[in-house]
Structure formats: C-alpha cells, structure tokens
Design a protein around this ligand. Structure first.
Ligand code: NAD
Length: 256
C-alpha cells in the first residue's frame, strides 16, 4: 500500500482520487479546509507550512505520492494563493518525504483554461514566486474587468513551473516524476452552477467543446491522476496531459 497526500480531498476531483486510492488499499492523507486528515487553509503561507508539517508527520517522513486538487475557480485574487502557491509550496515542502520513498510521484491538476487567454504579467509573478505582487496584479485584473484571466493565469503558471521543477535535480534527479492533468469541464461542485445555467453553459460549451463523451465525471480525471502517481509511471516527466474530451485539439493551435 502506498501513502498519498491529496489536496482538495473533501470535494470533486480530490474526493474521487481519495476514494479510488482507499478502495485499492492505499492510505490517503487528505488536505482540505474541513473534512480531511489535515485541515488547513492553503490560501495562506502559514496554512501551507502547517499542512506540509502535518502531512510529513502523518506520513512518518515517507510519502509515495502527492496529488494537488485544491483550487478555486472564482472569488478573484485568492485563486492566486490557492491554485498556484497552494500547489507549489506543498510540492516543494514535501520533496524530502517524496525523495524518501522508493517511488515518489507528483501529479498536479491544471486546466484546459491554461491554454486560454491569460495575463502574462500575472503568470511571470507567480513563477517568480512573488505572491504579494501576484495578488496585487490579480486585484488589478479584477478592477480592470478581467477577473476571468486570473484562473487561466494561475493554471498557465502551474504548467510552466511544473516543466522546470520536473527536470530539476530535486525531482527528476531524485527519481520523482512530476506531471499534470489538464481537465476540460468536470461535473463537480465547482461547475454545478455553470452547467445548470443555460446562458453560462452555452458560453462554456463554445470555449471548451468536448466531442468525446461530453462533460467528465470526476473519476475520469482521477484515474489518469492515479496512473501518473503509480510506480508504473517511470519515464513521463514535465507533461501537461489534457483529459478534456478533445477540447485542447479543437481550441489550441498545434505546437508541432
Ligand atoms: P471542488 O470545488 O469540488 O473541490 C475543490 C476543493 O478544494 C474543495 O474541497 C475545497 O474546499 C478545496 N479548497 C479550496 N480552497 C482551499 C483552501 N484555501 N485550502 C484548502 N483547500 C481548499 O472543485 P473540483 O472541480 O474538484 O476542482 C479540483 C481541481 O480541478 C481544481 O484545481 C480545479 O481548478 C481543477 N479543474 C476543475 C475543472 C472542473 O470542470 N471542475 C476543470 C479543470 C480543472
């Protein structure tokens, strides 16, 4: 059995990941605001540090995997703190515990939104690790009528950060594959209101067309995340894999 930390374990994709891991006998250390093994607020540096310490303690210093699902899709600037810093600081903070495992693995949750219009300045500030300036830039986007670019920017920043970290001596060099899944639209509490409002649904279906199978159940994303953190994944590193029903192919220009 493996010991796996799952952020955002109380709802949606994180809850599906936790349930699937437990069903196969693995031990889950869930991290969420409530209803989790570790209750912590990932929107603050103190909450993130407390979460790292508690996970490390509960794992006895040896962690086989981390899946970062905690995220916000609305609520303005705090998305920067939860989506980006709530991911990067947990992964970096738990690197020693992952390195202590014989098969440590990291899987992040990005989004199809990472390929959609975003703010280059906010992306740069996130990747530079400057949370204060990133939050200030996000407030400017809210004031300037571009609040929707915060979410896509945090996810684009995650993809970029992940590519650097994945090939670093601390991760690739320590035998720890780091990758991300980018979902399209997934039926979770995050999207429940959007898909039930015909006007929002139409906007979303234009932005994220999913010819294969329609909206995804959280388990469709969870099973891909589970493969990324399995010992079977020995040679995938630094990839953002789109599990989006084909949306990325239809909406993003080919890179090769
Ligand atoms: P969800 O709202 O069901 O679950 C998110 C979880 O994160 C919740 O349990 C919430 O309590 C937790 N969380 C939020 N703020 C937190 C904080 N400050 N500290 C600790 N935990 C916090 O959403 P979901 O749809 O399961 O989303 C999971 C991930 O998938 C997110 O990163 C989201 O951006 C991403 N995603 C979702 C979709 C979708 O269509 N649902 C699409 C693409 C990407």
């Amino acid at each position: 059995a493996r010991v796996v930390a799952v952020t955002g374990s109380a709802s949606g994709i994180g809850a599906a990941v936790a349930a699937m891991l437990r069903a196969r006998g693995d031990r889950v250390i869930g991290v969420d605001l409530k209803d989790a093994e570790v209750c912590a607020d990932l929107s603050t540096a103190a909450g993130r540090a407390a979460a790292v310490a508690a996970v490390d303690d509960q794992a006895g210093g040896v962690l086989d995997g981390i899946v970062t699902c905690a995220g916000l899709s609305r609520a303005g600037a705090p998305q920067v703190s939860v989506n980006y810093f709530g991911t990067t600081e947990l992964v970096l903070g738990l690197q020693p515990a992952l390195a202590a495992s014989s098969a440590g693995r990291v899987a992040l949750v990005s989004s199809i939104s990472s390929t959609q219009p975003h703010d280059a300045e906010l992306v740069d500030l996130c990747v530079a690790g400057d949370e204060e300036a990133a939050l200030a830039r996000a407030e400017e986007l809210v004031a300037g009528g571009r609040p929707h670019e915060i979410y896509s920017s945090t996810k684009a920043a995650l993809n970029r950060w992940m590519r650097t970290v994945a090939v670093s001596s601390d991760f690739a060099g320590a035998g720890i594959p780091v990758n991300a899944i980018a979902p399209g639209v997934v039926l979770t509490p995050m999207t429940a209101e959007l898909v039930s409002d015909p006007q929002w649904k139409a906007i979303m279906d234009r932005a994220v067309p999913m010819p294969l199978g329609g909206y995804a159940p959280p388990e469709a994303i969870a099973s891909a995340l589970l493969w990324l953190i399995s010992p079977d994944n020995t040679h995938m590193a630094g990839q953002t894999v789109f599990v989006d029903g084909g949306a990325q192919v239809l909406t993003a220009p080919p890179s090769v």
